[in-house]
Write a protein that binds this ligand. Structure first.
Ligand SMILES: [Zn+2]
Length: 212
C-alpha cells in the first residue's frame, strides 16, 4: 500500500548517498526510522538486516512471507528474523511493493543466467563481501549472508508460480521507510547489475536517511 511519510528531510540525523554500484553498512538503533530513496528511479537496493547485538540473527524472507501471508513487501510489512522476531516495520512506501523472493545477483548467477563471460562483472554479493571484509567490527561473516530484500525491484510472481525480472515500477524520488524494532545493522548493495532490467541497465545512486 502506498503511504507517504510525515518525516521531514531537514530533521534527519543522518543522510548518505550510495553511489551507483556501491554499498553501505551502518547501524540503526531501536526506535530510529530509516528511509531508502530511489533517487533517479528504477534502481534495486539489495538489503540485508542483522541483529546488531548478535549477527547470527538476521532477516529471513521465509519467516516474513509466512507470517504476513503475502509475497510482496509494502507499508505494514513486518520484517522478521530467522528467530521470528520483528526486526523492522515498514511505515511508509511511495513505490508500492518490493521483492524478497528474487535474491541478489552474484558472479555465479550472472554466469548461469547470462554468459560465462559475465563471471567477472560487479555484483551485489561482491558488494556485501567487500562491506563485511572492510568492516569486521560488525561481526558479520560470509556464513551470515542469506536471503535478502530487493527494495524497488519488480519481480512478478506468475499464475503458475514462476518469477521473472521485469522493468521497474519505481520512479525518481520514490522511497520506503521503516522503523527499527531492535538495534539492527543494515547492509545495502546498490545493485550494479547490467544484464537485466532491475537497474534499468543504468545503475544510479540511492540515498539513506535516518531519523531519531
Ligand atoms: Zn544486484
Amino acid at each position: 500500500m502506498t503511504i507517504a511519510s510525515q518525516q521531514r528531510e531537514e530533521n534527519a540525523c543522518f543522510r548518505h548517498f550510495i553511489d551507483a554500484g556501491d554499498h553501505y553498512i551502518g547501524t540503526i538503533k531501536a526506535g530510529q526510522t530509516i528511509r531508502i530513496v530511489d533517487v533517479e528511479g528504477n534502481e534495486a537496493a539489495d538489503t540485508l538486516f542483522f541483529n546488531a547485538n548478535d549477527p547470527s540473527e538476521r532477516y529471513s524472507a521465509v519467516d516474513t512471507v509466512r507470517e504476513q501471508g503475502k509475497v510482496y513487501l509494502s507499508t505494514g510489512s513486518e520484517l522478521r528474523s530467522n528467530l521470528n522476531n520483528v526486526m523492522l516495520t515498514i511505515t511508509a512506501d511511495t513505490c508500492g511493493r518490493h521483492d524478497t523472493l528474487g535474491g541478489a545477483c552474484a558472479s555465479e548467477s550472472n554466469t548461469v543466467r547470462y554468459d560465462l563471460e559475465k563471471r567477472h562483472m560487479h555484483s551485489c554479493r561482491d558488494n556485501w563481501m567487500l562491506a563485511i571484509a572492510n568492516h569486521p567490527e560488525y561481526g558479520i561473516t560470509k556464513r551470515d549472508i542469506a536471503h535478502n530484500i530487493n527494495f524497488f525491484m519488480n519481480v512478478p510472481v506468475t499464475a503458475n508460480g514462476e518469477l521473472y525480472f521485469d522493468d521497474g515500477i519505481s520512479g525518481p524520488g520514490k522511497y520506503v521507510e521503516m522503523i527499527a524494532e531492535m538495534d539492527v545493522v543494515v547492509l545495502i548493495s546498490n545493485c550494479p547489475q547490467l544484464n537485466n532490467p532491475c537497474s534499468g541497465f543504468n545503475p544510479t545512486p540511492l540515498e539513506v536517511l535516518v531519523w531519531d
